[in-house]
Design a protein around this ligand. Structure first.
Ligand code: BDR
Ligand code: CA
Length: 312
């Protein structure tokens, strides 16, 4: 039976690749996409989510809008990385797929109450606002979540939005702190991994050469996304942060990490949003996450290419 997942997302070119990877994979049943404010405001992320669904041809997958701002702070966005629309790089038509009327947080709550306990995995690839809000409103669902596989945080790579913090955690550190303290089994895909998941020119051109429309779309997105990291880090290639979460669900042996304690800094003068990851196990605090540290890069990119080749 396929693994049931809900993808909570702020698309985002790398979110888009993650969503396509999930939709192309029969091992996963995507129950819905829930948009959150992050890379760009919610009004754009929910439209982008619907565009991606239409591109994939999987209009049976419902799209919901969740929270439009962090729990306790003003929204910080990342147009400097993702462009004005959040999904710059290719032109996609205005979607005709309707947005679901139900609030995304209520969808998460209802789904977890309806499905058998322990059968639904949450995959947040944006700020953790919707997940924390769902846990606040309905604490009974926390024990029903199978696990959370999230993109966020950094330890050896430190920060990308501040010197200390990774973007998804920084945008809503209060939400992240609540999720990390929830007791739900966590799989954390930090920058330590995703900065190794850089596209190569050969891979991008192989995607562009795929016969359908999704491969060329991925090439267009990653071309756009690449320019920022090339300028900032001097690296060649675009980091496919968010697809690493879906790849872990499909092929966990591509990744290596440690079961450790991870706490979220919410009070720091300079370090708000930092994931204080006890990689060396010096704190004595109980592990609360599988914190990944390494990836088989070639295996990851082969997986993504083969799967997206199945899409129209
Ligand atoms: C994360 O932030 C966003 O810009 C990306 O989509 C990814 O989820 C990387 O820090
Ligand atoms: Ca994202």
């Amino acid at each position: 039976m396929a693994q049931k997942i809900i993808i909570d997302t702020d698309p985002g070119q790398d979110d888009a690749v993650a969503i396509l990877l999930a939709l192309a994979s029969p091992e996963l049943e995507v129950l819905g996409l829930v948009a959150v404010a992050g890379n760009v405001p919610l009004a754009l992320t929910e439209v982008n989510a619907r565009k991606i669904i239409e591109l994939s041809g999987r209009t049976d997958v419902p799209v919901f809008a969740g929270c439009d701002r962090p729990l306790a702070r003003d929204l910080v966005t990342a147009e400097h990385v993702h462009g004005k629309t959040g999904l710059d790089g290719i032109e996609l038509p205005v979607p005709t797929l309707p947005l679901q009327a139900q609030h995304g947080v209520d969808f998460i709550i209802d789904t977890l109450r309806r499905e058998p306990a322990g059968s639904v995995t949450l995959v947040p690839i944006g700020p953790l606002t919707n997940i924390a809000e769902a846990f606040r409103r309905a604490p009974d669902i926390i024990a029903r979540v199978q696990r959370i596989v999230l993109m966020g945080g950094a330890y050896f790579e430190v920060g990308n939005i501040t010197p200390a913090a990774e973007f998804n955690i920084y945008v809503d550190p209060e939400a992240a702190a609540e999720v990390f303290a929830s007791g739900v089994p966590l799989v954390v895909m930090p920058l330590d991994v995703t900065h190794k998941a850089l596209t190569s020119r050969e891979w991008v051109e192989a995607m562009r050469a795929l016969p359908g429309r999704c491969g060329p779309a991925v090439a267009g997105w990653t071309d756009f996304f690449e320019r920022f990291d090339t300028a900032k880090y001097g690296s060649l290639g675009a980091p496919l942060h968010d697809p690493c979460t879906i790849a872990w669900l499909l092929q966990p042996d591509l990744f290596q990490g440690r079961e450790i304690n991870v706490e979220i800094e919410t009070q720091g003068r300079w370090t708000t949003g930092m994931t204080v990851a006890d990689w060396w196990r010096v704190s004595g605090r109980a592990p609360n996450a599988l914190f990944l540290g390494d990836v088989d890069r070639d295996g990851l990119f082969d997986l993504i290419r083969h799967r997206i080749a199945r899409l129209p």
